[in-house]
Design a protein around this ligand. Structure first.
Ligand SMILES: Cc1cc2nc3c(=O)[nH]c(=O)nc-3n(C[C@H](O)[C@H](O)[C@H](O)COP(=O)(O)OP(=O)(O)OC[C@H]3O[C@@H](n4cnc5c(N)ncnc54)[C@H](O)[C@@H]3O)c2cc1C
Length: 482
């Protein structure tokens, strides 16, 4: 089949574009080099839906951030994705900082961010008693929020797949040739042919532009790593909103924030790395985060860390999102340098990419069969999030919901089977973890992994020895011992 559009990359940018395109009568394919959606930068970030005061007025970043933030609540409600409009504060530690907070407020107002105000440290500590007594001033942005980046991306992909979009995983686009009016994209011995290409390859997007045929592409990507610590759910209420410090030339600085799943996240630092796949955490990095977090709130309980991880930003040399129709390669749209606030901006970025496709000749005719919810039959919350009566009804309907597999996160066998059977279903442990949180709690999968692997093997009808942690060669079992 010749697709109308092939999207390269299944991060939040690619998945959002697929979600919007799925409303129309078009054949769309998403090609992803890894085995799941959200496995690049979208997997590991602060998960903040920024209000939009940080980006330089007049940039695409500023406009799309403010618009994306305003769109997020309705979008997540439609798709059944956890989102919380918890607000954010930028903290100032001196009267000099107050001037910088005022500048940030003025910049935000220019960008169109509503409801910004400056509070004194005492006022803020009445709401947030755990903050340092050294906090003198704060910029309040009540429209900011938090979201789960991979649940959002998964929901977009599930909806797109339910509406006919084809996902090709383990498809690293490594060669491109022009065949008349179409492009033939090659990956892992397979080929996909399409009339239009959306380049949403994240950290690889500038290289992808070259592969697609661009000469002297105007953007280069600087990979900048950010490390994090995630604290146990017992610490989730330590602050009720995202706490930033004043941004510097390296980024938005180290923050403390609740997550939608009730944990507390601390980080990130910002280090340029040579290898864009370098997601290592380091002693020095974690020490930097520890110092940054204690400056905000000296009592933060860093003994409650359950995991540490890192993400890599695709910082563009131009300082702005590069969202353009190619001048050199016919029918190619580039989404390059989608660094922070790329998650917050994603609803507006996806819409913008679709508008560029339309400008370049794609006809957008709405489908009659379009499913609005996450998947046909509606959104299906986790068993643990149901009321007592709903829980009883669900167990009656399917006894697998009566068996808890992940004790830390209260995830049932029914939830795990659903993660495997749904559109863009799970095929390895990490895919189950991202869909239903089994293995994401305090023990980090120590207890539930063997049972999850058994369920995967029996549902997918494959030997247990072929089940992996995260695709590729990450096998769990190497040989039989007894
Ligand atoms: C430390 C850190 C903190 C951040 N915090 C925030 C925040 O709080 N709020 C916010 O709004 N934003 C934040 N961001 C930014 C946000 O995460 C990104 O803007 C967003 O995830 C970018 O999504 P993307 O889809 O463009 O890229 P990605 O998620 O990287 O997706 C690109 C995809 O393309 C795939 N790919 C690459 N090459 C190929 C190929 N050859 N063939 C096929 N597929 C390919 C990759 O595997 C990947 O899945 C943060 C980023 C980092 C690193």
């Amino acid at each position: 089949m010749i697709y109308d559009i092939a999207i390269i990359g299944a991060g939040v940018t690619g998945a959002m574009t697929a979600y919007y395109l799925a409303k129309y009568d078009l054949h769309v394919a998403v090609l992803e080099k890894n085995s799941d959606v959200a496995s690049g930068t979208t997997k590991a970030n602060s998960a903040i839906v920024h209000a939009g005061f940080d980006a330089k007025p007049g940039t695409k970043k500023a406009a799309l951030n403010v618009k994306g933030c305003a769109m997020m609540e309705t979008l997540t409600e439609t798709l059944g994705v956890h989102y919380k409009k918890c607000g954010s504060y930028v903290l100032g530690f001196s009267d000099g900082d107050k001037d910088r907070l005022e500048e940030l407020k003025a910049r935000g107002e220019q960008n169109g961010v509503p409801e910004l105000s400056i509070l004194s440290g005492e006022e803020l500590r009445k709401k947030e008693p755990n903050l340092s007594p050294e906090v003198k001033w704060a910029l309040s942005a009540p429209t900011a929020g938090i979201v789960c980046p991979y649940d959002l991306t998964l929901a977009l992909a599930e909806n797109a797949a339910s509406n006919g979009v084809d996902f090709y995983f383990d498809f690293p686009v490594c060669a491109v040739r022009r065949a008349g009016e179409t492009y033939v994209l090659e990956g892992n011995g397979r080929e996909v042919e399409a009339r239009y290409i959306v380049n949403a390859a994240g950290l690889a997007s500038a290289d992808m532009a070259t592969l697609l045929g661009e000469e002297n592409f105007p953007v280069t990507i600087l990979p900048r790593r950010g490390e994090y610590m995630l604290l146990d759910r017992a610490e989730g209420a330590f602050v009720s909103a995202t706490m930033f410090v004043l941004p510097d030339e390296r980024g938005k600085g180290i923050l403390i924030s609740p997550t939608v799943d009730g944990n507390l996240i601390v980080g990130p630092n910002a280090q340029l790395v040579e290898d864009r796949e370098d997601r290592a955490t380091t002693d020095a990095g974690l020490a930097e985060i520890t110092a940054g977090a204690r400056r905000i709130a000296p009592g933060v309980n860093l003994r409650a860390v359950i995991t540490s991880f890192a993400g890599v930003r695709s910082t563009p040399s131009t300082g702005d999102f590069y969202l353009e129709i190619s001048e050199q390669c016919p029918h190619v749209i580039h989404a390059v340098g989608i660094e922070s606030p790329g998650l917050a901006s994603s609803p507006a970025v996806g819409e913008y990419i679709v508008s560029l496709l339309a400008k370049d000749g794609v006809v957008l005719r709405e489908k009659e069969t379009y499913v609005k919810e996450r998947r046909p039959g509606g959104n299906r919350p986790l068993f643990r999030d149901l009321s007592e009566a709903e829980k009883q009804a669900r167990i009656k309907e399917d006894p697998a919901y009566g068996k808890i597999v992940c004790r830390c996160e209260t995830i049932t066998e029914g939830d795990i089977l659903d993660a495997i059977r749904r559109p863009v279903g799970a095929r390895n442990l990490d895919m189950v973890k991202r869909r239903v949180r089994a293995g994401m709690g305090r023990c980090q999968g120590g207890f539930c992994s063997p049972r999850v692997a058994e369920l995967l093997a029996s549902e997918l009808k494959v030997p247990l020895s072929t089940i992996t942690k995260t695709g590729g060669g990450s096998y769990l079992l190497t040989e039989k011992t007894k």
